[in-house]
Design a binder for this molecule. Structure first.
Ligand code: NAG
Ligand code: NAG
Length: 291
């Protein structure tokens, strides 16, 4: 039985325990494991594991992450000064390991957000370029009924999206746990927008000031064009429609910069760069606008 205890697999250890096959050499391991399981049960929070999506679920149909043509830099390989010189005013970059939001991530599990914000009202916007319509719903209603996978033929003007318009009074205790990307731009101050969206949703091309986007759960694919290269798109069509119908017809020279970001990475976009996003999974995300 000692062989079972030597195994790295917690499953075999658990099954050893369940069959009563304990052994003196195992008891310490099993004791620790038991404490760990009790902790899991009490805290109701699973430790972060690869593929852990905080209870928000993964989507099976949108696995294609596409290729990545945006520079990806580990934060240990680039200083703040180099970021300013090479990217801040010239091109997008993805920074890895810039901040540790492990704690914020735990607060953003589906169970934790529902526990705390179920009865709160959230303001949804239509996912078209000019966001015409706003709809107020209870957070619980949004999570249970509106966080659906996007279908390709739904118009952006008919797709409700929870992003921005956050009530910073009610969500204050959550947002204050967020560690924003530490590489700021001179003469700007950060403003946050928090959102949750279903797989296949995303905002179509638009532009504004510079900022960062970070996914807390789920993967988000980004498409970017420089300010002087306005992409062709219909403002009421979703990104999913654009990706399926317009993107494949683009000439190579006309392709956007693109990449899929995952938790632990932040994407920086400079001032007035055109961008569109596509959530590959149910995503919890936060943007830091540098105004
Ligand atoms: C934000 O929430 C507070 C407290 O519930 C409420 O009084 C206030 O009207 C809300 N603000 C907005 C803009 O909805
Ligand atoms: C987009 O949809 C909105 C809302 O349905 C509508 O008012 C607007 O005219 C549409 N824009 C275009 C360019 O079709």
């Amino acid at each position: 039985m000692a062989a079972v205890c030597d195994s790295d697999s917690p499953v075999s250890v658990i099954s050893a325990r369940l069959t009563g096959a304990t052994h003196m050499a195992c008891s310490r391991t099993l004791g620790l494991l038991h404490l760990f399981l009790v902790w899991l049960h009490v805290s109701g929070q699973r430790p972060e594991a690869p593929g852990d999506n905080g209870g928000w679920g993964l989507d099976s149909s949108l696995h294609d992450e596409g290729h990545c043509s945006v520079d990806v830099r580990d934060v240990n390989s680039i200083t703040h000064a180099e970021f300013i010189r090479e990217y801040a005013y010239t091109k997008p970059v993805i920074l890895r390991g810039l901040s540790d939001n492990t704690r914020f991530r735990l607060l953003c599990t589906k169970a934790n957000l529902l526990r705390k914000y179920s009865a709160k009202t959230v303001r949804l916007s239509t996912a078209n370029t000019h966001s015409y319509r706003k709809v107020d719903v209870q957070f619980e209603e949004f999570v249970k009924f509106l966080l659906n996978p996007q279908s390709e033929d739904t118009l952006g003007s008919d797709t409700l999206y929870f992003f921005g318009d956050n009530n910073f009074t009610e969500w204050h205790s959550l947002f204050e746990e967020y560690t924003s990307p530490s590489y700021h731009l001179p003469y700007t101050s950060p403003a946050y927008s928090f959102g949750i969206a279903g797989p296949g949703t995303g905002v179509p091309f638009h532009w504004h000031g510079p900022g960062y986007s970070e996914v807390i759960y789920g993967r988000k694919r980004w498409f970017l064009y420089p300010p002087e290269e306005a992409p062709e798109f219909h403002p009421n069509q979703t990104t999913l429609y654009w990706v399926t119908h317009s993107y494949p017809t683009l000439e190579l020279w006309n392709r956007p910069l693109e990449c899929t970001i995952r938790p632990g990475e932040v994407l920086y976009f400079p001032d007035r760069w055109w961008h569109a996003t596509l959530n590959l999974d149910t995503s919890v995300f936060i943007s830091t606008f540098l105004g």
